[in-house]
Design a binder for this molecule. Structure first.
Ligand SMILES: Cc1cc2nc3c(=O)[nH]c(=O)nc-3n(C[C@H](O)[C@H](O)[C@H](O)COP(=O)(O)O)c2cc1C
Length: 161
């Protein structure tokens, strides 16, 4: 389903990290749904600057959960380099941020990257927009959930703008 364009809702920045392509796939499904309704820009965390977090009216952070630096339940390494490294001093100044976290139910800390992103947003003056989208195991076959989440997100943005 393509959402209708709403002139009052303008732009959405999506910053994502994806090592085996799962998050990239989810972002692709999401973008297809939202692009008729919003101006959507995507940016890879690997290349993102701290300023990229401030672009757009609203932001989505998306990545899988990894054993970055040893223990399980961590951010994808590229997202960690951005959020904990380059952007560690950023002020999100009230920006509304939605979160997409991927993971695998073979791990105890399933989708825990979402909690790290949530903490980053709150610790840097941002606001959490809606419920996080948690995608457990391969995203292929989970497109309908992603689309429903996208539609709910669009509704929230339409109400707030
Ligand atoms: C080395 C490694 C560590 C992982 N650690 C976790 C973990 O702690 N918790 C979890 O839910 N998933 C974990 N996963 C699963 C990934 O988060 C999952 O496959 C995700 O879909 C990958 O997304 P991506 O391809 O966009 O990076 C791990 C995967 C690998 C290969």
């Amino acid at each position: 389903m393509l959402l209708r364009y709403n002139a009052q809702v303008s732009s959405l920045q999506i910053i994502y990290a994806s090592t085996s392509g799962h998050t990239e796939y989810v972002v692709g499904v999401l973008t297809e749904v939202l692009k008729g309704a919003l101006q959507v820009a995507t940016c890879n965390a690997e290349a993102a600057t701290p300023e990229d977090l401030l672009k757009g009216d609203n932001l989505i952070l998306a990545c899988g959960t990894w054993n970055t630096d040893g223990p399980e339940g961590q951010l994808n390494p590229h997202m960690k380099d951005l959020l904990v490294g380059r952007a560690k001093d950023i002020d999100l100044a009230g920006k509304q941020v939605a979160i997409i976290a991927l993971g695998d139910d073979r791990y105890y800390y399933t989708c825990r990257s979402g909690e790290h992103m949530r903490r980053f947003v709150l610790d840097h003056g941002g606001k959490i927009l809606g419920d996080a989208l948690l995608v457990v195991n391969e995203p292929y076959g989970q497109e309908e959930r992603v689309k429903k989440w996208a539609e709910a997100l669009h509704q929230k943005l339409a109400i707030r703008n």
